[in-house]
Write a protein that binds this ligand. Structure first.
Ligand code: DOR
Ligand code: ZN
Length: 398
């Protein structure tokens, strides 16, 4: 297939030749091999499909909020072809069997590739690490998402094991003894500790949904000290501040000053990816205090409108935050770029198309979306995974 009449992130004309699910050539005026089908991009912007470092599909155990089929459809509609799933399911994902069952099911559905994280402590008990010693080679990411690991000795041992076994620690930084009275301190104190442990043991550490200016500063310092530390920010921590939104999410929506520090952290390279923290909940669960919001289908538009339109970030940089950056974190050498030899995971976006979010129309099973009724630039028109269509917007019909 030849994709013609597209623009790249810099607005330059661009064509792509895809064969057997892989990008064979990228350029302009490519000679079309005889009989090769042509996909007309109608002047839209072509980007590498998005990769999410932080996502909840609620399987097993909470499939009334989301399941692998609806999560996959939401991902495709958001321009994603790969997501990293958190282990706060029921049962908690603490074994290769549970992780494999989720990954196999996603493969069967075929709309979006997944990695399933395994919990740091077994069943989130806060102390047992034995299961980490037996993790097979294809499960390399551990996380206690929804919780922090509060005990210093346990976390130190977890980091030592992770270094020894080549695991990546993904950290939800929250000291739960502190967060009920000071969630800022709760995030900062675990961020500083975990960065220190990463430096001390040489562990690969990825800090999830960083939300405070102090946490960003600690991560930056750790990177300068040689710590193997990366981090993500969420679209909602960039878009909202505490004067604009009262909506329960962990970490909470912060101050305008924190938002500015996150944007600065993006501009100076401290932040290498956007993680959605797509966290589906039913209306009833939200009413009972569940934290989080869905985010896969709005992530690009929210980030594009905030970062590129409001803050002057080049689209190429946002593209890196949503594709190449997370591909590096997730160790996906064939994903994240529109370049020969890379998987033909592609997305066409209309950056000038302003649209209004209608939570009722989301593909996700849950509709807990505080962007409902708000307007953004940057509509996803078409998603291709390995060259095959996984989503087509009604506006790109025919
Ligand atoms: O708001 C949140 N929701 N933060 C988390 O860390 C977990 C997530 C969830 O699983 O609902
Ligand atoms: Zn989290």
């Amino acid at each position: 297939m030849i994709l013609k009449n597209a623009k790249d992130a810099n607005g330059a004309p661009c064509e792509v030749w895809v064969k057997d699910g892989v990008i064979r050539a990228v350029g302009y005026g490519l000679p079309a091999p005889e009989g090769e089908p042509v996909l007309d991009a109608r002047g839209l912007t072509l980007l590498p499909a998005f990769i999410d470092t932080h996502c909840h599909w609620r399987t097993p155990g909470f499939t009334y909020k989301e399941d692998i089929a609806t999560g996959s459809a939401a991902a495709a509609a958001g321009g994603y072809t790969f997501v990293n799933l958190m282990p706060n399911t029921k049962p908690v994902c603490s074994s290769a069997e549970t992780a494999r069952s989720v990954m196999d099911k996603a493969k069967e559905i075929g709309l979006c590739d997944v990695n399933q994280c395994v919990s740091i402590t077994k069943d989130f008990d806060g102390k047992t690490l034995d299961h980490l010693l037996e993790l097979p080679d294809d499960l390399r990411y551990i996380s206690e998402d929804g919780n922090g690991v509060m005990n210093n000795a346990v976390m130190a041992r977890a980091f030592a094991i992770a270094t020894d076994r080549g695991l990546v620690v993904m950290s939800h930084a929250e000291d739960r003894e502190i967060s009920p009275w000071d969630y800022r301190l709760a995030e900062n104190i675990e961020t500083v500790r975990n960065c220190h442990l990463a430096e001390y043991y040489g562990t690969r550490l990825h800090m999830c949904h960083v939300s405070t200016k102090e946490a960003i500063r600690a991560i930056r310092q750790s990177q300068f000290s040689g710590g193997r530390v990366t981090c993500e920010v969420t679209p909602h921590h960039l878009w909202f501040d505490d004067t604009r939104l009262q909506y329960k999410v962990n970490p909470p929506i912060r101050t305008a000053e924190d938002v500015d520090a996150l944007v600065e952290g993006i501009k100076n390279g401290t932040v290498s990816c956007i993680g959605t923290d797509h966290a589906p909940h039913t209306a009833e669960d939200k009413a009972n205090g569940a934290a989080g919001m869905v985010g896969l289908e709005t992530a690009f538009a929210v980030c594009y409108t905030k970062l590129c339109r409001e803050c002057g970030l080049p689209l190429e940089h946002l593209s890196a935050l949503m594709s190449a950056g997370p591909a590096a974190v997730m160790n996906l050498p064939a994903k994240g770029l529109v370049a020969p030899g890379f998987d033909a995971d592609l997305v066409l976006v209309d950056i000038d198309h302003m649209f209004t979010v209608d939570a009722g129309k989301l593909h996700s099973k849950s509709k807990n979306c505080p962007y409902d009724g708000q307007s953004f630039y940057g509509k996803i028109m078409l998603t291709l995974k390995a060259g095959k269509e996984t989503y087509r917007s009604p506006e790109f019909a025919g």
